[in-house]
Design a protein around this ligand. Structure first.
Ligand SMILES: C[S@@+](CC[C@H](N)C(=O)[O-])C[C@H]1O[C@@H](n2cnc3c(N)ncnc32)[C@H](O)[C@@H]1O
Length: 232
């Protein structure tokens, strides 16, 4: 049956709307001077340790979370690492203020540097983290961070991560809070630089479905996590 011009226009409109809304959801645009305050649901950090790095490598290690916000990532890291320091360039109530890109951290001051940085300065965070960490760097970023000629030239050509771990589940992030009911069209993965690895080629792995197993009571309550943001 031939379609009339109305139904063709409706379909085209629907297609456009679908793609526009996908693009909007996938881009999380923030003003240039924004803190990019999108906290990480705690289960996504537990997934890094339990499914990617491994408990044995963190038990006796120190860790820096250099953009800790309210502590939704430094809190879960403290469940595994021997010691975790958390700082942020902006005040969230209990954190000490340090701009990661300008604070004079010593080379090798921490075994690991782990964070979910503001996307627009994520490359600077990677470069800085690689000079601060002794054993490894793990950066949670949108999967599209893998792309672009510029990023290849500035980051990945000379310093490819040892591992890229793609979440097969979505990791919903919303501005200023964590929300167990949030959804997202954006894919995320952990980019891991293992500074002790001999292998040069980047390995790609999938983080299996784990949200249900790794969520804990109180994960979405500010009161119990805000304490974890206090730098020790
Ligand atoms: C996407 S949020 C992630 C927060 C926290 N890492 C988490 O995963 O829940 C990015 C964080 O980076 C902080 N930030 C932005 N620029 C920074 C800088 N130059 N140095 C340190 N922290 C910064 C923001 O205040 C915000 O808390």
């Amino acid at each position: 049956m031939r379609k009339n011009s109305d139904s063709v226009a409706r379909e085209a409109g629907g297609f456009l709307m679908q793609n526009m809304s996908h693009a909007v959801m996938a881009q999380r645009r923030e003003p240039l001077n924004s803190a990019d305050d999108f906290p990480t649901p705690p289960w996504a950090t537990r997934a890094l340790v339990e499914h990617v790095i491994g408990l044995d490598r963190v038990r006796d290690a120190t860790c820096l979370e250099p953009a800790c916000g309210r502590g939704y990532m430094s809190g879960p890291l403290r469940e595994y690492f021997a010691h975790v320091d958390g700082f942020d360039a902006y005040p969230y109530g209990s954190n000490e203020i340090r701009n990661f890109l300008t604070f004079p951290y010593e080379v090798g001051s921490h075994d690991w540097v782990i964070t979910n940085p503001p996307f627009r300065i994520a490359e600077d965070f990677v470069a800085r983290a690689l000079s601060v960490a002794r054993k490894g760097v793990a950066i949670l970023a949108r999967t599209v961070f893998l792309e672009s000629v510029g990023r290849y030239e500035r980051v990945f050509r000379n310093a490819p991560p040892a591992l890229f771990a793609q979440f097969c589940e979505r990791v919903p992030m919303v501005k200023g809070r964590v929300d167990p009911k949030a959804s997202t069209a954006t894919g995320y993965g952990w980019f891991v630089w293992d500074l002790e690895a001999k292998e040069q080629a980047t390995k790609v792995v999938w983080i299996p479905p784990c949200r249900r197993n790794l969520e804990r009571d109180g994960d979405y309550q500010v009161s119990c996590l805000s304490k974890a943001a206090i730098p020790s």
